[in-house]
Design a protein around this ligand. Sequence first.
Ligand SMILES: Cc1ncc(COP(=O)(O)O)c(C=O)c1O
Length: 394
Amino acid sequence: MYLGQSVSRRRFMGGAATALGYFGLKPGGNLWAENLGAASSPATQEALDEYDAFAKISFNENPEGPSPRMMDAINMAFKYSMRYGYPDGDIQNKIAEHHGVSPDNILMGAGSGEILEVVGLTYLEAGKKVVGVEPSYAQVYEHASGIKADAITLPLNEDYSQNIPAMIRATNQNYRDVGFVYMCNPNNPTGLTESAREIRQLLDGIPEDMPVLIDEAYHHFVDHPDYATSVPYVLEGRRVIIARTFSKIYGMAGLRLGYAVAPPEMVRAMDAYAVSSISAIAKWGGVAALEDKEEERRRRETTLALRRKTTAELRAYGYDVIPSETNFFMVHTGRPVEEVGAEFRKHGILVGRPFPPMLEHLRVSVGTEEEMDRFITAFREIFPATAAIGAFGD
Ligand SMILES: Cc1ncc(COP(=O)(O)O)c(C=O)c1O
């Protein structure tokens, strides 16, 4: 099933369709099968070879995977595979130190997807609503529907930024029914950031006791001078939950590690719903990732350079690209993404799904250099050159 279902109060789906959409969207669910339009992912050698051969630029992963230093830690941690209790590298304290907060401010999750769901379970009872924009990271809205809560989704501005005044209005007008506000910054799928001033405007515009989930999955790639992490609001005592993941810059999407930074009373409330079933190898890989600042810097530079090169080529070829602050970008193709995705698949390339209502914008993740070359070559075969508008950086 294609998972780009729009979720709004008016168009809410129920029952099995919702459940399917929701499970399909779960990170760590079978996204491989979803991408290939298959019901399952058979473990035959042929199927594995087919998967390996694809250029995988659909899920905003890091094609490098864990760094050599992380792999050393991971390999070492295999000796704890048979244990329930074992030295875990002090991961929770290391994360707290990394942010200058107390360990009581940290809730660990098997990926930040777990954190997003725990926020839903904690702050959305049946009938309660999450307020956010569309398109954004739909798992949050799908999960709300899965637990019989609801979503108020607001359209983006014309420049694809998030409509902060509309979010404030919707929250205040529905105050009694709103369980939390969702702010994905930078936003997925647009790649755009909201400035520190806009986040302050949002927080100042809604009641102080309203929980706000700020999803900073792509924080590490941001270059924009007006952007800032919202972690300091936690120290100010605001009811904000910052979600972070090791799936993106650190290349651990398949290993599953993420966390929330939040006030201690919110961490305690959420802890009741958390499974936090994190493996020993993920914990040790995470510790090594946080310690290697130089590697993080290198990855960021590599990713941004490749994104700039690819988007400049697309613009020079005559196609608009939304200026991105992340490891992915959206190009306006002028054709339905569902159809375009099938064409790229024929070229051995997996690209992003449709994100309603932006049905002609294709989301492309920054993969390896070789994958991006394959993407550009295929793009030129699939789309005609249009009047060149010139290349400029993003
Ligand atoms: C904005 C955003 N938040 C959260 C996630 C979940 O990531 P994970 O569960 O792998 O940490 C993703 C994954 O793509 C994402 O794009």
